[in-house]
Design a protein around this ligand. Sequence first.
Ligand SMILES: C[S@@+](CC[C@H](N)C(=O)[O-])C[C@H]1O[C@@H](n2cnc3c(N)ncnc32)[C@H](O)[C@@H]1O
Length: 274
Amino acid sequence: MVPPMIDQNDQKASDSKGTEGDDTYSFGFEDVTGQEKTKRVRSVFSSVASSYDVMNDAMSLGVHRLWKSAMMDWLSPRPGMQVLDVAGGTGDIATRILQRANRDLKPDQAPAHVTVCDINEAMVSEGRDRALNNGRMDGVNWVVGNAEALPAQSAAYDAYTIAFGIRNVTHIDQALCEAYRVLKPGGRFMCLEFSMPEAELLQKPYDFYSFKIIPLLGGAIAGDRESYQYLVESIRQFPKPDAFSDMIKAAGLSRVEHRTMSAGLVTLHSARRI
Ligand SMILES: C[S@@+](CC[C@H](N)C(=O)[O-])C[C@H]1O[C@@H](n2cnc3c(N)ncnc32)[C@H](O)[C@@H]1O
């Protein structure tokens, strides 16, 4: 059975956190209040929603497909699984999970199910409309909600996935505690996120590509150079893989491991709720 979502005012929950104390959070290279970060991240993804998937292919020269495929290999989705895909955007990860889990479905097996949860209504609408147009509404439901206060029941999911989303979250530690809360005991946490190239030799060309080419592509394809400037800056502000592993452990998750890909450009993090 698909776990029912909880009706809660997640927006207020996250927005109020930013007003606590004098804490600041990085929005790219700028330090802003938590409330301001949440607001600006929402505006970035509202602005790029309609061209988001085309831009992913353009920016990564299609390689994001290989990274997501590696995520599926490690996650190994299976029939009957209940998955919560947080910061799921237009549903690319959800589609891949369902394709993998249900590809050899036997008549006596229940199909997998994915709930896509994203803070941004524009991204969710884009994904839902596309799924509808492609006749792919089965096995997925779409929810607007904040990773920091998920509108989801505790201990309800076999897997929690988040791809290229966690670095946009204001209170990452809170989002990780939420991941722990919603997973069933034995459930799997899997996060795909950008990291930085390991070899010093690659750093200059990577910086050139990030700061000169990607904002240009953002301007040309999405009509929004600034949002893509934020995206490349936010990669530099995200904790290194070992430091992020420590945050995952601090949230109570166990068997924390990571694998880097493409010379360190992205990292897959896996853990379990025991
Ligand atoms: C780079 S997109 C990734 C989308 C999708 N996971 C993928 O891999 O194609 C990042 C997504 O994170 C969402 N997001 C940012 N902050 C969030 C939060 N606090 N809670 C839930 N989603 C959030 C954005 O709205 C956006 O859709």
